[in-house]
Design a protein around this ligand. Structure first.
Ligand SMILES: [Zn+2]
Length: 607
């Protein structure tokens, strides 16, 4: 949805005397005992203006936008009750895991109340305790499909003294808010409680940062860096698509990651992050990621997720654009904003390429397939997913970022530096506004062709629909911006090391095992506890002993698996003792230097 011009709005107001919207669904949030992690919600559905049946269906979404995973959030609801206009009870029937049917008779109002146990901060869905209540709409607010597109009002009722509310919803009173419909409510989480608040403008648009948890108190650093990132991204799209933006930050041990929302985000981190410069830079890339999503996903999104179906999986083969392209820009925004040096940027991108090249699954699963299967693969937390994920496929975040970079360099090459992926992003934003049908793969290809000056079917066939290795073409493209891809053979300077294909935790347990290594073929399993390596005790020393192996060494592992001791033997193979890296070419031309600077917003480092 795009903002109408002020002129259009005032003309409409003069002609039609637009009344202020009447809420059709009103939610009241009560927090009488937050220390018990319980929140009470009452949803009042006003059916007087619609042709509603005698029995209405009420649902709680089974997932939340941004986390493509069925969470079955109704599983912590209890004390469910319904009443009519007069406050008398109405009969309720539960007909599916997340659906209730209420017989309303002739009552035009249905009040549906319930309590939710809210203890899921890592999923960024809902978390209540003595210090706050974080409530993400789809995890706490039930809905009726007939009223879904109508105005919503939210009142925060009972809450402890001294608590306050941060949210992207429009404020209509000290504890009252409204929005145009349920979808916006779902995308406007509320942070209620004790939090610090920082307010600043970026090019006259208000931004707020609400921080729950321990942090370093350096508000100036936040304002300076968040402003710089906002300006870089506003440049790409030409405007901010909101009139106010809210960063909700959760800072507590064990937290990480973020979720994009309509005009807000929730980003989580650990309190020690604020004390570490490298982790601060990583955190800023998260901030850049979630802000970029305010356009890419929150204002234009793939057809399969254009209008969310809250009761089941929503399929799209384009998460590589939604998440991968966003990941590309979250890093590219940092040198452009003067936060990372060019050297640091090259190191970051090089590390992504290196990780990608070390995923056996890169030969197995295309970007389109990994996007489509996100629900059962990437986001799935089943015990049989994580240990083998890198063998099964490749993340649409990581490969999506690399392929987005290649697309960017391709468009720059084919348009002689006059066009870039920035143009593609801005055009998708202008052409496929929220509320429409969303964009399809064919639309991405045609917008790319528009700016590249010709169709790029072969590119999409190879790297998006297919699993063609990226390294040769990537190296070729990088030359345009004065860079080259350095293979491990070269970065290792001829040195080789033993390769087992295992990655082992500090407690000696096998964390991951690569399907292209000798330990995999010998039957070493993720979860095995290594007791001894070649008859010498493992545990904390396991990695030291494995690192000391030479290529061709015979390896005998004693491992505990369940309550049994197993002996497993294999021969260590070899690999170059280096990584894939991005480096500047030896003597960059003026054209290469100019192209690098136009791309990364900072000069090409001298080799
Ligand atoms: Zn994302």
């Amino acid at each position: 949805m795009r903002a109408r011009s002020v002129w259009q709005v005032s003309l409409l107001a003069m002609l039609f005397l637009v009344p202020s919207a009447i809420a059709q669904t009103r939610y009241t949030i009560d927090l009488p005992e937050p220390q018990t992690q319980m929140v009470t919600i009452t949803a009042s559905f006003d059916l007087s203006d619609i042709d509603a049946p005698d029995e209405i269906a009420i649902h709680l979404p089974v997932w939340r936008p941004g986390l493509y995973l069925v969470l079955d959030q109704a599983g912590t609801m209890r004390d469910i009750a319904a009443t009519d206009n007069a406050g008398d009870p109405l009969p309720i029937r539960k007909t599916a895991k997340s659906t209730w049917r209420v017989e309303r008779g002739d009552s035009s109002i249905v009040n549906f109340s319930y309590r939710i146990y809210a203890n899921s901060i890592r999923n960024r869905t809902r978390h209540v305790d003595a210090t706050h209540a974080f409530l993400s709409g789809s995890s706490v607010f039930v809905y009726n499909e007939l009223l879904r597109d109508m105005p919503v009002r939210v009142d925060v009722g009972e809450m402890p003294d001294g608590w306050r509310v941060a949210t992207g919803l429009r404020r209509t009173g000290p504890q009252s808010f409204e929005c145009d419909n349920y979808d916006i409510l779902v995308d406007s989480p509320l942070e209620i409680g004790i939090h610090d608040l920082i307010e600043f403008d970026v090019n006259k648009v208000p931004h707020e940062v609400a921080i729950w948890g321990r942090w370093d108190g350096n508000a100036d650093r936040i304002v300076e860096t968040f402003t710089a990132l906002g300006e870089v991204q506003q440049d790409i799209f030409g405007e901010f698509p909101y009139d106010r933006y809210v960063y909700i930050i959760h800072s507590a041990e064990g937290l990480g990651g973020g979720t994009e929302h309509y005009n807000s985000t929730v980003c989580s981190t650990e309190p020690t992050m604020w004390l570490d410069d490298d982790r601060w830079d990583r955190f800023l890339s998260l901030i850049a990621h979630e802000l970029f999503h305010v356009w890419n996903v929150k204002r234009f999104r793939p057809a399969g997720i254009a209008r969310y179906d809250y009761l089941r999986e929503n399929y799209t083969e384009l998460l590589w654009v939604a998440e991968g392209t966003t990941s590309y820009y979250d890093e590219l925004s940092l040198p452009r904003a003067g936060i990372l040096t060019a050297d640091e940027f090259l190191e970051w991108v090089g590390r992504n390429v290196n990780t990608h090249m070390n995923q056996p699954g890169r030969h197995i699963e295309s970007l389109e397939d990994s996007s489509f299967d996100a629900w059962i693969k990437h986001f799935h937390r089943g015990p049989d997913r994580t240990p083998d994920r890198h063998n099964q496929g490749e993340s649409f975040y990581r490969k999506g970022a690399i392929v987005s970079m290649m697309l960017d360099l391709e468009i720059r090459r084919r348009s002689a530096g006059t066009r870039s992926l920035d143009n593609v992003m801005r055009t998708l934003y202008e052409r496929y506004p929220l509320g429409g049908d969303g964009f399809a793969s064919a639309d991405v290809r045609s917008v790319v062709a528009e700016f590249a000056g010709e169709p790029m079917d072969e590119f999409f066939r190879s790297y998006v629909a297919g699993v063609e290795p990226v390294e040769d073409h990537l190296d070729n493209l990088l030359a345009d911006v004065g860079l080259r891809l350095v293979a491990p053979e070269e970065s290792a300077d001829g040195e080789v090391e033993a390769f087992t294909g295992m990655s082992v935790s500090s407690d000696g347990s096998v964390r991951r095992i690569r399907s292209d290594g000798p330990a995999y073929a010998a039957g070493v399993l993720a979860g095995d506890q290594i007791i001894a390596v070649n008859n010498l005790r493992g545990r904390a020393d396991t990695n030291t002993r494995l690192d000391a192996l030479d290529p061709g060494d015979e390896v005998t592992l004693w491992v505990m698996r369940r309550d049994e001791l197993h002996e497993l033997a294999f021969i260590a193979s070899s690999r170059p003792a280096g990584d894939w890296e991005l480096r500047p070419v030896d003597e960059p031309t003026r054209a290469q230097r100019l192209a690098f600077e136009a791309w990364a917003g900072t000069p090409l480092p001298v080799q």
